[in-house]
Design a protein around this ligand. Structure first.
Ligand SMILES: Nc1nc2c(c(=O)[nH]1)N(C=O)[C@@H](CNc1ccc(C(=O)N[C@@H](CCC(=O)O)C(=O)O)cc1)CN2
Ligand SMILES: Nc1ncnc2c1ncn2[C@@H]1O[C@H](COP(=O)(O)OP(=O)(O)OP(=O)(O)O)[C@@H](O)[C@H]1O
Length: 184
């Protein structure tokens, strides 16, 4: 008999406790691992994010991206239901958006990401990921299956095994403050 998908409350309970864990890691630095730098090529588009709510800050990954001649982009969302898009970011000003986010003006040009840096609420060593629960990154991964999916988190956000739903697309790598993790 098929195993039923976990009840949403399992992921929601994990989200609550892992957000609290994440708040305790504030200030830890996520370095740009050599394996990340090796992947960068001039002209690639790297979707990063502007951290909020205690998320791991991708600024050293952003700096490596720019040093390698890649183009940076940021996600743009309207609400939970509408798929997010990625807009080119030249380092310019951001504006207050939904969910306490800072976002680009929607006038910025839309881009197709080659690499997607994803802020994590939690992760496991198999590359399973827990995000905000609105499915914005799940849908982006389905839309851009060729993009290299890199989670960004503090090492203490790791759990032994996350529950997995049929739509979950695993990460290709996870950048943390202590380790660069590549699932087997
Ligand atoms: N920095 C950042 N940018 C991002 C995301 C993210 O997780 N982090 N996203 C990821 O999909 C997209 C925005 N989607 C989101 C969807 C839901 C919530 C949300 O429900 N937030 C909670 C507060 C969470 C908290 O307390 O930390 C809320 O508003 O109740 C946030 C973002 C794109 N941009
Ligand atoms: N490809 C998709 N198309 C439409 N809806 C999707 C798709 N993938 C996931 N979803 C929906 O998005 C929601 C994602 O919930 P889930 O708890 O897995 O989010 P998450 O793991 O926190 O990831 P995310 O960071 O993407 O929010 C679910 O309600 C699911 O039905």
């Amino acid at each position: 008999m098929a195993v039923p998908p976990p009840a949403p409350s399992v992921k929601n309970d994990l989200r609550r406790s892992l957000r609290a864990v994440r708040r305790g890691a504030a200030g830890r630095i996520v370095p740009a691992a050599q394996a990340f730098i090796d992947r960068l090529r001039p002209g690639l588009t790297v979707a990063s994010y502007h951290p909020v709510g205690g998320e791991a800050d991708p600024q050293l990954l952003n700096a490596a991206t720019q040093a390698a001649g890649c183009r940076l982009a940021l996600p743009y969302v309207i609400d939970r239901a509408t798929p997010m898009i990625f807009l080119a970011w030249d380092g310019g000003t951001l504006l207050p958006g939904p969910f306490g986010l800072q976002q680009l003006s929607p006038d910025a040009p839309g881009v197709t990401p080659d690499i997607i840096l994803t802020p994590l609420v939690g992760f496991d060593r198999a590359g399973n990921r827990l995000g905000q629960g609105a499915g914005h990154y799940d849908r982006a991964f389905a839309e851009y299956p060729q993009a290299w999916r890199v989670g960004v988190a503090f090492s203490i956000q790791e759990v032994a095994q996350l529950p997995c739903d049929p739509w979950d697309v695993p990460l290709n790598a996870i950048a943390t403050d202590t380790e660069w993790i590549t699932p087997a």
